[in-house]
Design a protein around this ligand. Structure first.
Ligand code: URA
Length: 207
């Protein structure tokens, strides 16, 4: 006889919805208070809950907070171009950030904000169980590598981008690939070329 646990009855979508509800009702985050004051949205994440590849950025910007969608502004257009360059539909990946509410005036996320929102990202990773996490920018690189026992490998993103790190998780082996943040490529053609090359590695890992 097969046994079932309550976990079996909760779909990935339900678990994601729980996260969304918790973030909507979050207290103790100044960013959440600001979001309510400004009548904008938290950005939970978007894409396939069965994705093999998960992209983790830093925090929502103005467009993202206005729509509740990750990477939908200028950086998002670069991300879309990079995905198109390897013929990977955005609907097949999952895109999210560490921090789910927009930091004031697009500043870098503060360590205390990463402490508040990081556990939500951890849960999203456990729900999706990706084969590959591609980090976008140095904040998500540090967060994910520290979280998955790769702290000893940490260094400058200029040295680590495009490298593939393998780690063990509760749901099996997972690869972490640090990438430059697409925002850097908006005005820097060289970074865009580097990102294009690094995305080719992602293509191989997603095959
Ligand atoms: N930059 C990020 O890190 N995330 C977004 O969603 C948008 C811009």
């Amino acid at each position: 006889m097969t046994t079932t646990t309550p976990r079996d009855f909760v779909s990935r979508t339900d678990l994601m919805r729980q996260i969304k509800d918790e973030i909507l009702n979050l207290t103790g985050s100044p960013l959440c208070a600001e979001r309510i004051r400004n009548k904008v949205f938290p950005v939970i994440g978007e894409g396939s809950h069965e994705a093999k590849i998960m992209f983790v950025g830093e925090a929502p910007g103005k467009n993202e907070a206005a729509t509740g969608r990750p990477f939908c502004g200028a950086s998002g257009r670069v991300l879309d171009e990079l995905l198109a360059s390897i013929e990977l539909p955005r609907t097949e990946v999952y895109v999210t950030n560490i921090v789910k509410d927009r930091p004031t005036a697009n500043r870098d996320p503060l360590p205390e904000e990463i402490v508040i929102y990081g556990p939500f990202l951890d849960r999203q990773i456990d729900i999706i169980q990706p084969k590959v996490i591609a980090t976008l920018g140095r904040f998500s690189m540090s967060y994910v590598m520290n979280r998955y026992g790769l702290s000893h490998e940490l260094g400058q993103i200029s040295n680590l981008h495009g490298r593939v790190f393998t780690t063990a998780t509760s749901f099996g082996s997972m690869k972490v690939v640090p990438l430059f943040h697409p925002a850097v490529a908006i005005y820097n053609i060289h970074t865009k070329e580097v990102l294009m090359e690094d995305f080719k590695k992602l293509k191989k890992l997603s095959a």
